[in-house]
Design a protein around this ligand. Structure first.
Ligand SMILES: [Zn+2]
Length: 173
C-alpha cells in the first residue's frame, strides 16, 4: 500500500481523528543550526542543547516528507514545508534558530536516527563546548503488565556530564 492509499483509507475510516488547524510556516530564513532540544523549550531534564545540522538533513527531510503522513493537519503541513525551508537555508549563517511546535513534533521522533547518522552537535554546559557524539545509557528495564518502562541518559563524551534524562514507556500487546 502506498502513502496515498494509507491517507485515503485513514481519512475514510477515522474522520474524527483528523485535526484541521492550519500550519503557519516560519517567516524567517532557515540557518545552519536548528535547536531540537534544550532549556529554551523548557525541556525538563535536558541540560545540553541539541542542534540539528541543516547542511546534512535535506535528503532525510525530503524523503521523510514524501514517505510518511500524520493525521494532524498542521504537523503534516509542517513536515511538507520543511524540505523547502531547509533547502533554502543560508548555510553560511551559523546562528541557531528555534523550531516551532509542529516542526518539533515530527522531528523529535527521529532523534535516535539523527544521532546515529551524525546529523547533530550537542552543547555541554559543563565543558562549555559542542561535541559531535554522545554516549547513551539505558537502564532500569521494568515490565508491568503490558507496559515496559526504562530510563535513558545521555552523557557528554568528554567528561561524563549528564545531558539528558528521560523516562520512557512503551505498550506491548
Ligand atoms: Zn561535558
Amino acid at each position: 500500500m502506498n502513502i496515498n492509499e494509507v491517507i485515503s483509507l485513514f481519512t475514510k475510516k477515522y474522520p474524527k481523528l483528523l485535526k484541521n488547524d492550519e500550519y503557519q510556516p516560519p517567516t524567517y530564513k532557515c540557518t545552519r543550526w536548528l535547536v531540537l532540544y534544550g532549556p529554551v523549550y523548557d525541556d525538563k531534564n535536558f541540560n545540553g542543547t541539541f542542534l540539528l545540522d541543516v547542511s546534512k538533513i535535506f535528503d532525510w527531510a525530503f524523503n521523510h516528507a514524501n514517505k510518511t503522513w500524520v493525521s494532524i493537519k498542521a504537523e503534516q503541513q509542517a513536515k511538507e514545508y520543511f524540505p523547502k525551508w531547509v533547502q533554502e537555508a543560508d548555510l553560511n549563517d551559523e546562528s541557531i534558530i528555534f523550531l516551532d511546535k509542529n516542526q518539533r513534533d515530527f522531528l523529535r521522533q527521529y532523534t535516535l536516527k539523527f544521532i546515529d547518522d551524525k546529523l547533530f552537535k550537542i552543547w555541554c554546559p559543563k565543558c562549555k563546548k559542542y561535541n559531535n557524539s554522545i554516549e547513551i545509557k539505558e537502564f532500569d528495564n521494568l515490565k508491568i503488565g503490558s507496559t515496559i518502562f526504562w530510563n535513558e541518559e545521555w552523557y557528554c563524551i568528554n567528561g561524563q556530564h549528564l545531558l539528558n534524562h528521560e523516562e520512557n514507556r512503551i505498550e506491548i500487546f
